[in-house]
Design a protein around this ligand. Structure first.
Ligand SMILES: CC(C)(COP(=O)(O)OP(=O)(O)OC[C@H]1O[C@@H](n2cnc3c(N)ncnc32)[C@H](O)[C@@H]1OP(=O)(O)O)[C@@H](O)C(=O)NCCC(=O)NCCS
Length: 268
């Protein structure tokens, strides 16, 4: 699987007017054809710093609302990360939807989950940020959520006792101390991915469902709202050293393609 995403800097005003002009953008995102989206999940883990030299070009892909959000961030780094992530999201979506990135309109569900409003499609996506990394997950037909977290030292047992399912907390406490932080983030990312897939976010209640804690076993739901059977799938991954990541989606098992083994390259 090709894992390079690259594009060429271009004169934005001259190239974004219609589909024919798209060719002259000389932009290429090396992703599988749209047909391959079914029944797969594609995940991009992006080191945002690599795109800093192109940030002025990338910013032009954002709509006014996104630019306003970016400029409301207090720290420059957060503004840059938001800008790069949302521009790359538009580039990826445009490739799948066969349209111009700036023509895409995103809507937001009640708790803030973004979705593709225009053009109408069955593509689902979700994004997550941590440190200088972002992750974008794309699939078709089924709601999806993704979460990545850097292993920042935290009061993990206190947090687990407060937010996790009681059995997750108990199992975490039983682990050797040096394994607890990893396990905590392994569970945390699964739980965040799920509440993001549902779109309800933290209002869902992290203690309403239980995931397994054994990092050397495939991730799975133990129960959701006291029911052991459900239509939800989970997958854990390691986005980078000292990071945990997870994807949750509703529906059947799907192939997952990760696009992070090869650094993202930009052709100037
Ligand atoms: C969604 C949520 C769990 C994100 O957690 P996080 O670990 O801090 O952040 P992540 O980096 O993993 O994800 C953030 C991204 O998730 C997406 N997102 C936002 N709300 C979402 C939701 N309810 N469900 C799924 N995804 C959501 C956005 O794309 C966001 O990135 P962006 O702001 O750059 O567009 C948390 O912010 C939450 O619960 N939000 C809901 C708030 C709410 O209920 N609002 C109601 C009034 S709008």
């Amino acid at each position: 699987m090709t894992t390079w995403m690259y594009f060429v800097a271009f004169d934005f005003q001259h190239t974004c007017d219609d589909n024919a002009r798209m060719d002259s953008i000389k932009r290429k995102i090396a992703i599988p054809p749209a047909d391959d989206l079914i029944p797969a999940i594609h995940v991009w883990v992006i080191d945002l710093q690599q795109f800093l030299p192109q940030i002025n070009t990338l910013e032009k892909y954002l709509n006014q609302e996104e630019k306003n959000i970016a400029y409301r961030f207090h720290f420059l780094k957060d503004r840059q990360n938001y800008t790069i992530t949302h521009a790359l999201l538009r580039l990826l979506l445009a490739d799948y939807l066969k349209c111009i990135p700036t023509h895409i309109q995103l809507g937001h569900h009640a708790h803030g989950k973004p979705y593709v409003l225009i053009p109408a499609s069955s593509v689902h996506f979700n994004i997550s940020h941590s440190q200088q990394h972002a992750a974008i997950a794309l699939t078709q037909d089924h709601p999806i959520g993704i979460d990545i977290e850097y292993h920042r030292p935290v009061e993990h047992l206190d947090l687990a006792q407060r937010f996790f399912h009681p059995r997750e907390y108990e199992r975490l406490c039983q682990l050797p101390t040096d394994q607890q932080l990893n396990a905590f983030y392994g569970i945390w990312t699964c739980k965040e991915a799920f509440i993001k897939a549902t779109g309800e976010g933290l209002s869902y209640g992290l203690n309403r469902f239980e995931v397994n804690h054994e990092l050397n076993h495939p991730a799975r739901f133990v129960s959701i709202d006291h029911q052991s059977t459900n239509h939800w799938q989970l997958h854990r991954f390691t986005p980078q050293e000292n990071f945990s990541g997870a994807i949750a989606w509703e529906g059947p098992v799907k192939k997952i393609f990760f696009h992070h083994e090869t650094p993202i390259k930009i052709a100037q």
